[in-house]
Write a protein that binds this ligand. Structure first.
Ligand code: SF4
Ligand code: SF4
Ligand code: FES
Length: 285
């Protein structure tokens, strides 16, 4: 799917959501069906709760209602559902979960858009590519580990004044801005057929690094100061688990909530690793 097709698909979904929002009646009851799990290694089970929806309710406000009164729709007392969140404005990425089968942020998911009618059901599941801590809360440590693999930072540590950094053109800032909006949410990894659960941290360094890390490598390789570590980043991405493990399924770019051109970033990194490999070969290093 091209980026034009992706945008058309996204705008069709946005139009449907807007139409639902207009027709949604406040005060209606909606069922929230949740895949629950008491902890790592524990079996999962479905529980359904009935929630009263006010105008502007999002998935998190439903979870708060359930936490205040954790009684299932068949009248059984349960426990408050656990989830992760921070900013409540689609910036921190912590509240990501699978909602009606699509990975996205729960804080920005409005119930009026997805369950506009009395008796509608909305389904919540934890992301499947990360270990469940409890209920809808997953452990995204591997996502952050993979950012360390590609040294996704600018090298400015030190105990002395570094002076002003090199200036950066407005064009470069503009191009890099969208890449910098990544919030480490994990949507691109959840959708990627090459990224699978890896419970053993010892295997993380050779498993596929993921689209988010490839994009961050591009972001920092194009930064005037960050590019000093370009060779180290490309070294990390040339081996097992690097850019060549991407199967080009392009699922990642379809689900990124920040509309980051991930497949473009993957292509840029792919070309850069090829050039880097030739340069190393010719220099005998
Ligand atoms: S293009 Fe690569 S990173 Fe993106 S979903 Fe496909 S395999 Fe994963
Ligand atoms: S690249 Fe997009 S989908 Fe992936 S972690 Fe960043 S914001 Fe989320
Ligand atoms: S709570 Fe931060 S993105 Fe949803």
């Amino acid at each position: 799917m091209t980026s034009t097709h992706t945008q058309a698909h996204a705008s069709a979904a946005a139009r449907k959501a807007a139409a639902n929002r207009v027709n949604a009646k406040p005060g209606r009851k909606v069922f929230v069906r949740i895949l629950r799990c008491d902890g790592p290694g524990q079996p999962s089970r479905w529980e359904t709760f009935s929630v009263t929806i006010e105008r502007g309710a999002n998935v998190i406000s439903c979870l708060q209602q359930i936490a205040a009164n954790p009684i299932t729709s068949d009248g059984t007392r349960s426990t408050p559902v656990v989830w992760d969140s921070g900013c409540l404005e689609e910036v921190c990425g912590a509240c990501t979960m699978v909602i009606n089968g699509k990975v996205r942020q729960s804080c920005s998911c409005l119930i009026d858009d997805h369950a506009p009618t009395e008796g509608d059901t909305i389904t919540l599941e934890p992301m499947s590519k990360f270990p469940v801590v409890r209920d809808l809360w997953v452990d995204r440590s591997r996502l952050f580990h993979n950012l360390k693999r590609v040294k996704a930072w600018v090298p400015i540590d030190g105990t002395y004044a570094l002076g002003p950094g090199p200036s950066e053109s407005a064009e470069s800032q503009e191009q890099r801005y969208v890449m910098s909006t990544c919030m480490s949410c994990g949507c691109c990894l959840e959708a990627c057929p090459q990224f699978n659960v890896e419970p053993d941290p010892a295997a993380w360094d050779t498993a596929f690094v993921g689209a988010h890390a490839l994009n961050q490598a591009r972001l920092f390789n194009q930064h005037e100061t960050g590019r000093r570590m370009k060779g180290e980043r490309l070294d990390a991405l040339m081996g097992t688990g690097g850019v060549n493990d991407c199967g080009n399924a392009q699922n990642c770019v379809k689900v990124c909530p920040k509309l980051i051109p991930l497949t473009e970033s993957i292509a840029v990194i792919g070309r850069a690793t090829t050039i880097h490999a030739f340069a190393r070969w010719f220099s005998g290093k």
